[in-house]
Design a protein around this ligand. Structure first.
Ligand code: NAG
Ligand code: NAG
Length: 224
């Protein structure tokens, strides 16, 4: 059984996980936060990394408060919506300063909160990881990912003309005073997202939780 906190009436394009199997008799508390994203008023104009971070920190400040609230109410997993940190209506170029290169958790075990120096330009990953850690939560969030060519997961696929892959990505972090990056999922069915590439192959990404077994990363168009 899942107990939902902050049950939303309608979350557009929430980046959510579905339980694929769970132990009988288990119950857990899940929270979905319907975030009114603070937008960049001029999303088509390129900005510096400094300005992009300043913008994203405003949304992350709200995430931080909500993660604490969810934890106080006993949530074990908290899911934030698609585009909730950076916003939308970017061009392929104007989103550049918002991108972080998200390492593949299947290749590398990395805790961004504990080892921030291992990968440059990962301020958002670090903040989300620390949020999961501080609040003892599994935390799922959505952010744009930049991957160099050739793509490690699909080295033979044709590189985009500008020489880089840009993906709309869900990330999941583990709890237990931890914050390990446990999943990275690249969205396949893009919806008018000029700033992003479709991954050459659809991905099936799951992560395990002690309270509810396996979750699969996917995008739902809405959640009631
Ligand atoms: C995003 O762009 C669409 C057209 O492409 C426009 O209708 C919409 O108002 C824009 N939204 C924001 C928040 O800028
Ligand atoms: C991070 O950036 C600094 C400064 O550009 C550089 O010296 C360092 O090697 C980089 N670290 C990694 C892990 O790439």
């Amino acid at each position: 059984m899942v107990t939902w906190l902050f049950k939303p009436l309608y979350v557009y394009l929430a980046s959510v996980v579905g339980v694929t199997d769970s132990t009988p008799d288990s119950s857990y508390v899940a929270a979905v936060y319907e975030h009114k994203v603070i937008l960049n008023p001029h999303p088509r104009v390129p900005v510096s990394r400094h300005d992009a971070l300043q913008h994203m920190q405003k949304n992350l400040d709200i995430y931080e408060e909500q993660a604490a609230r969810a934890a106080q109410q006993g949530a074990q997993i908290l899911v934030f919506p698609e585009d909730g940190i950076h916003g939308f209506n970017f061009t392929r170029l104007s989103i550049t300063s918002y991108l972080e290169t998200i390492p593949d958790p299947q290749e590398e075990s990395w805790n961004p909160c504990m080892k921030p120096e291992r990968h440059n330009n990962t301020e958002v990953l670090q903040r989300l990881s620390c949020m999961a850690r501080r609040n003892n939560l599994y935390l799922v969030a959505n952010m744009p990912d930049l991957q160099p060519c050739p793509l490690k997961t699909s080295p033979t696929s044709t590189c985009p003309p500008d020489g880089r892959w840009q993906f709309n990505t869900n990330v999941a972090f583990r709890y237990m005073s931890d914050g390990l990056l446990v999943a990275r999922y690249h969205k396949h069915n893009l919806y008018f997202e000029a700033s992003c590439d479709t991954p050459p192959e659809p991905e099936i990404i799951t992560f395990d939780t002690p309270f509810a077994g396996k979750f699969e990363c996917q995008f739902w168009s809405h959640l009631r």
